[in-house]
Design a protein around this ligand. Structure first.
Ligand code: FE2
Ligand code: FE2
Length: 213
């Protein structure tokens, strides 16, 4: 598949606002690395679902006075744990052993830019959540045209739910921000683009441009 065709098929699966939210597309080199490392992709994918649930629960512990956040994050955590179970089941059926692997630089790279004081901290955490969900969604869409039918079907279902999670995080960020967050979104969009496009020696679900170690 050519670079343009690949991008077109990924874009067809994604809402326009989500594509516009991200400052760059996944580099074709990452898709190639993912297809050559499907066992590692699935192990890290399982890790990401578990972390997504645990991050949502951390927000629920910290911001107990925000009922909408509590409801949305509780729903999100349950969905992420369901995704986790689905990935683990798929791994089992494919004979892939679940083992502990280190995280990519991606989420930490974004969280390093989160401001320390509330409500700015909360707003930044929610914006970071929106980027992680939007990028996951975009990566599933990039992979789908190249995968076997079973994995493609599973990832198509995830495009829908992670797309909803992106919307929920962004809605909550706008709701709890004392001022317009467009500049803050632009700031994180640029940081996120760097993490996706800069050379990265460790392949993971959210890693950057693959290069040899
Ligand atoms: Fe998920
Ligand atoms: Fe999600």
């Amino acid at each position: 598949m050519t670079k343009t065709t690949m991008r077109e098929s990924a874009e067809a699966l994604l809402p326009a606002d989500l594509l516009a939210f991200l400052a760059c597309s996944t580099p074709p080199g990452w898709v190639e690395a993912a297809l050559n490392n499907q066992a590692l992709l699935l192990i890290d994918h399982a890790q990401c679902e578990k972390k997504a649930a645990s991050n949502a629960m951390s927000l629920m512990y910290r911001y107990v006075d925000r009922p909408l956040l509590l409801t949305k994050m509780s729903q999100l955590a349950r969905e992420e744990l369901l995704h986790f179970e689905q990935v683990v089941k798929l791994m089992e059926s494919r004979g892939i052993d679940y083992r502990h692997i280190g995280a990519s630089r991606y989420a930490e790279g974004l969280r390093a830019c989160v401001r320390r004081e509330d409500p700015q901290r909360l707003v930044d955490m929610l914006i970071v959540g929106a980027f992680i969900e939007a990028r996951s969604c975009e990566r599933f869409a990039c992979l789908i045209p190249h995968l076997d039918e079973e994995l493609a079907r599973f990832y198509r279902s995830l495009v829908k739910s992670e797309g909803r999670h992106y919307e929920d995080y962004l809605m909550l960020a706008r709701r709890y921000a004392p001022e317009c967050i467009d500049a803050r979104i632009a700031f994180f969009a640029e940081r996120e683009r760097e993490l996706i496009e800069a050379p990265d020696t460790t392949f993971r679900f959210h890693s950057g441009l693959p290069v040899a170690a």
